[in-house]
Design a protein around this ligand. Sequence first.
Ligand SMILES: Nc1nc2c(c(=O)[nH]1)N[C@H]1C(S)=C(S)[C@@H](COP(=O)(O)OP(=O)(O)OC[C@H]3O[C@@H](n4cnc5c(=O)[nH]c(N)nc54)[C@H](O)[C@@H]3O)O[C@H]1N2
Ligand SMILES: Nc1nc2c(c(=O)[nH]1)N[C@H]1C(S)=C(S)[C@@H](COP(=O)(O)OP(=O)(O)OC[C@H]3O[C@@H](n4cnc5c(=O)[nH]c(N)nc54)[C@H](O)[C@@H]3O)O[C@H]1N2
Ligand code: SF4
Ligand SMILES: [Mo]
Length: 760
Amino acid sequence: MLKVSRRTFLKIAAATGAGASVLGKNILFQSADPVLAASTSPEVVKYSHCVQCNHTPFCGMKLIFKDDKLYRIEKRSDYNNNLICAKGVAAIQELYDPERLLYPMKRTNPKGEPGQWERISWDEALTTIADKLNGIKEKHGAEKVAFITGDPKEPRSALMRLAYTFGSPNFGTESSTCFLALDLSNKLTFGKNHFMTGPCGPGGNPVPGKTKVAIFWGTNPAWSAPFSVAGLRNAKEKGDCKYIVVDPRVTPTVHTFADVHLQIRPGTDGALALCFAKALIENDAYDKEFVEKWTHGFEEYAEYCKQFTVEKVAEICDVPAERIQEACDILVKQGSPIVCKTAAAWPHHVNGVNSHRAMWLLMPLTGSLDVPGGLKVPDEPMDFDMWNGSPGFSRARDLLPKLDDKRVDRKYVPIWADMEDYYAGQGNLQLNFLPEYVRDGEIKACVALGVNAMMWPQTQEYQKAFQDMEFAVSADFYIRPQTHDYVDMILPAAMSFERACPVARFGRKLFLREPVVEPAGEARPDYRICCDIGTALGFGDEFWGGGEKSEENCLIETLKTSGCGVTLEDLRAASPEGVVIPLKGEPQDKKYETGGLRYDGKPGFETPTGKMEFTSEVLRKYGFDPLPIYKEPTQGPVSSPEVAKDFPLILNSGSRVPMYTHSKQRHTPWLRDLMPEPICRLSPKAARERGIETGDEVELSTQFGAIRAKAEVTNIVRDDCIDMFHGWEQANVNLVHARDFDPISGFPSYKEGLCQVKKV
Ligand SMILES: Nc1nc2c(c(=O)[nH]1)N[C@H]1C(S)=C(S)[C@@H](COP(=O)(O)OP(=O)(O)OC[C@H]3O[C@@H](n4cnc5c(=O)[nH]c(N)nc54)[C@H](O)[C@@H]3O)O[C@H]1N2
Ligand SMILES: Nc1nc2c(c(=O)[nH]1)N[C@H]1C(S)=C(S)[C@@H](COP(=O)(O)OP(=O)(O)OC[C@H]3O[C@@H](n4cnc5c(=O)[nH]c(N)nc54)[C@H](O)[C@@H]3O)O[C@H]1N2
Ligand code: SF4
Ligand SMILES: [Mo]
């Protein structure tokens, strides 16, 4: 472990908002590892990308080596983002962490007990995996094996290739808890998901001089996507756009952007969106021509909106009516285009998809669809993205349609199962019902790359699911007892600095990310792990025989099947610079007029009516109300008053903190110093009523159990809300969340719940 400038790090991190803001080049690590710093060996510079935010490469990194050891990380200048935050800088400590898992291990005691592990060779590991999986395939069918990842995005296309080649459509990821339900909402509305939304994607970003109103709605990019903030701030300074921020908390995003902040009660967003729609329609501030020509169900929708008066919605959302009126006035007076920037707070409600639809419809309503400054459909240069590789490489295109009827989630969330199709480049199984699949014998084994059982509500149900499988193998950087106490075998995964796949993509620019250090111990890149398992299973031809060339072979195939016209040689020749993929044609607006939004190339939308749907005919077909209806949160003070008597506070969990991503990097000393232990945030009023002060140990309880944390009394949260980050082994907030799911998407309700807090 590096000996560190810990004090310097802390001082700078604190001065920059706990390390989330832009940090200047060369400020950090002024006194890096003293031995290396004193060494007269020459400095060697290499380049890479940070994957800490969301497991996808964003910020460019300049890596300084001495004596073949990485000893300093700096931002890479003249690069796509031009910043680096505390998590990125601290990646060095993760790389050299002495706790890393270095060898394949098999357990020697029963699952469910604290794991006792015995080192085995890769040969033994691969032979065992092949025997177990092929045995299950022979006896029960290939679909009984699930292939899953948690938040890691990079391994996905290789794992899909493995799943589909083996014969199982049951490939699933954390995206069925994250914000893929927003894509489902988009598909219900527009037929396809065209937008790169979420905190990290450009979809929903205002354009200076074009956008008239930007609504940052349930997202806090200042902490969840720091790399995007400089661009957003520049856009604000240059334009005449008005900003509305809707968030139950007073976040840095509120401070930086809000002309109006609506600090609503969690889960009431749908009502607010319908109120905005009412104001726009009543004031004739909507795009009649677009609505008449290109949309379906407007009359029904407009009628439904009428009941959402400012006064009524002020009561539902628990914010002053004047504030809501102010926001309505901005929308009416400023005109269009408008954009809404959203993320994971939306799907984390039982009525998530419908609330999101209510909000999303504001953009087409105002004629803001696919126009500059509005909700732009990207001019896609190629069939390829960071998360899913190319559907050609992942084999989602040729194999998934044939396997689709063996998906195990159709019984629980048929709309999700039907619409999460191979056109989207992935066939994400709804993983939240894993306990049910295993209980019913529909899943009997799994190959897991970077999976953490703590991500699910009622974690113990998922742990039991892994335990009850006939065989479960998991590849990770560390031994993670919360998950690995319940699996049969663990494999050491190489970290991003140790692997190549996949290439990094920023807009239309591709970068080759070469490994810059040898993998620790016997760790292998996830792509290689997939190729090695595929080969051991008997698919040597499809996986190039596995081995050390696996990553390179996967890269060549991904680039080839994407049709982007760029080869690995091109990328190598340009490295460390990237290669811009030329657009296929001229950039276009309003692609619904010219056929760009349908598979058959005809004008209109890929929906049952061929129009953009205010009332969803897909929802109607599946027996749901076709309108974007508003419903109270299931676990809330209004719908569960009896429960609220004992548990009066709203449990809103998982709002991102600047120094950690989910459960990762918790043992990284620099970051740990910034937030050493689980924090439960409550307002000064809620704290006073309970005799709690900052630093007190508190018990956070719900109907489902209790966990302990340190109190932080802060004005950031509402008086009726509790804010608690997820992913703490010693205080896993998901142990006290209900397993309540959105019936349309199957997503968990992390942002609703009822709880009590007391000093212990
Ligand atoms: N209560 C509550 N729960 C939530 C949320 C919330 O808001 N509230 N948010 C949800 C959301 S949006 C998400 S995305 C999930 C994320 O939740 P997780 O998927 O749990 O995310 P991580 O903690 O990053 O865990 C991923 C695991 O993968 C390992 N890992 C990291 N990178 C790699 C890699 O490249 N290869 C391999 N093989 N392993 C790797 C890590 O060591 C870790 O064990 O949590 C969800 N859970
Ligand atoms: N540092 C860091 N960055 C991350 C991650 C991380 O773990 N750490 N995770 C990554 C992942 S996987 C994801 S999905 C994204 C998430 O990205 P974001 O969604 O931008 O991140 P959050 O901090 O969860 O922001 C949600 C905001 O919504 C608010 N909110 C909660 N409930 C409601 C509600 O009912 N209505 C409204 N209007 N607002 C609500 C919260 O107060 C919070 O400020 O972040 C990514 N980036
Ligand atoms: S903002 Fe995200 S991608 Fe950039 S350095 Fe920080 S963690 Fe890494
Ligand atoms: Mo996420």
